[in-house]
Design a protein around this ligand. Structure first.
Ligand code: AMP
Ligand code: MG
Length: 422
């Protein structure tokens, strides 16, 4: 963990708060992230989406018994002839959950089903498609190998070995894996407490009537949704007017009650000045103009023990900056490990895109796959940072790097999906 303070780090030679590249800002923030502690023991199902706080050690071998990977017959491999057919006598059956009690001797075989315990004496399974039954006399095709189609006990996981490492985010596969070990409870990291509020004199909450020049506050809804998806405990502090005293009170209360404080609005030129002055009093905060679009102004720092993210006010900017900076920071704070960058891949853009060099743009796109497997993407339409419908229509970001200018139709572009499969 860096002992560097935020202000010291922001004095580095190559640090330009007026044109901060996306990757650099992300790297800067990561220097100050230390996973929260705190463990909760929860029933397995409730661990979905949470972060494992301790390694899960397997109390059993998986599979627990040597068993068959095929429907067929089990025998001694030595009784089969590699060069020609071999006939053996069937002496019993071994089904999944109903093992054959005896042992397989020379010249004998046992009918076996997938998952059935391989009986004592047997070391090989021949699949039924390679055998011919004449009553209890079974003839096997040549070319079989000793040991084939047998899953050894502990082959997937040995008793006492690590089944899942701490830091793993629990998905449906992990729920099943843990259940397969007979474990009913998991140690997960306590939920990250995130307080958030919107700033702006023009904002009204849903349920009230709008006056002239007023708008409904939508940022608290998108932020709520994004935080819930990340498994955070949310503290919605409502709308705070652009009033220094009210804002100071809100910041103090938020930082006292939460691990992370997120605000929207109030970080653009003009407004930022007084927020900056106040936060200078309460903590250590840096203000950046990120070389990105949308989402130019951004603040990051510490207020007391809490991490602070000051997102821009425009609704699309809020979502883009959240996904590009806040999301992985919250995962790190929750103890997730590893936290991988969201993958990007290439698709052919079917429309012309307007773009000026100098900033990274996160345009909203609709990705489709043709019957031949090829991927193409088109923009959702108008790309204004206030048009939240563009985020709703989109299933991906089209990421256009700093140096990129206008993009002609038919060009390959970088895309990043908004949804994962699980
Ligand atoms: P600001 O960054 O405060 O200057 O806000 C930039 C733009 O985003 C302005 O048009 C604001 O009205 C709008 N805006 C700010 N906060 C919100 C919000 N919570 N919900 C919807 N729009 C907002
Ligand atoms: Mg504002």
């Amino acid at each position: 963990m860096a002992t560097l303070t935020i202000t010291q780090a922001s004095c580095a030679d190559d640090y330009d708060p007026n044109s901060m590249p996306v990757a650099k800002a992300r790297g800067f923030i990561h220097q100050f992230l230390e996973p929260i502690g705190g463990v909760a023991r929860v029933p397995v199902r409730s661990a979905l989406g949470r972060v494992l706080a301790e390694d899960v050690i397997s109390p059993v071998n998986v599979p627990s018994h040597r068993n068959s990977a095929m429907d067929g017959w089990a025998m001694r491999g030595a009784d089969l002839d590699p060069a020609s057919e071999a006939a053996l006598d069937e002496i019993g059956v071994s089904f999944a959950g109903k093992p054959f009690g005896g042992a397989v001797g020379k010249g004998q075989c046992v009918r076996i089903m997938t998952g059935g315990v391989v009986p004592e004496g047997a070391d090989t399974v021949v699949m039924q498609e390679r055998a011919r039954a004449d009553g209890k006399r079974i003839t096997f095709a040549p070319g079989q190998k000793t040991g084939q189609n047998v899953r050894e006990a502990g082959e997937d996981l040995k008793a006492g070995s690590v089944a899942l490492r701490r830091g793993r985010i629990i998905r449906p596969a992990e729920l099943g894996l843990v259940a397969s070990l007979g474990i009913g409870e998991l140690a997960v990291v306590r939920r990250l407490r995130v307080a958030f509020f919107s700033t702006g004199d023009e904002l009204k909450s849903v349920g009230s009537v709008l006056g002239e020049g007023e708008i409904y506050d939508s940022n608290r809804y998108t932020i709520h949704g994004m935080l819930e998806r990340l498994g955070c405990e949310t503290i919605d502090m409502g709308v705070v007017r652009d009033d220094p005293k009210l804002l100071e009170d809100a910041f103090r209360a938020a930082a006292k009650n939460a691990d992370v404080v997120i605000t929207s609005g109030g970080v653009s030129v003009g407004e930022a000045d007084f927020v900056k002055a106040m936060l200078g009093k309460l903590g250590e905060v840096v203000f950046w103009k990120i070389a990105m679009k949308p989402g130019r102004p951004l603040a990051y720092g510490k207020i007391g023990g809490a991490h602070f993210f000051g997102l821009p006010g425009n609704p699309v900017s809020v979502m883009v900056t959240f996904y590009q900076f806040v999301r992985d920071a919250l995962l790190v704070l929750q103890g997730a490990n590893p936290v991988e960058p969201i993958p990007t891949f290439r698709a052919t853009c079917t429309a012309k895109l307007r773009k000026a060099p100098g900033r990274t743009e996160f345009q909203r796109g609709i990705l489709t796959q043709a019957a031949d497997g090829s991927l193409s993407v088109r923009p959702t339409g108008e790309q204004g940072s206030g048009i939240l419908k563009s985020m709703s229509d989109a299933n991906c970001f089209i990421i256009l790097g700093d140096a990129t200018g206008n993009v002609e139709a038919g060009t390959s572009v970088e895309v990043q999906l908004l949804e994962g499969i699980v």
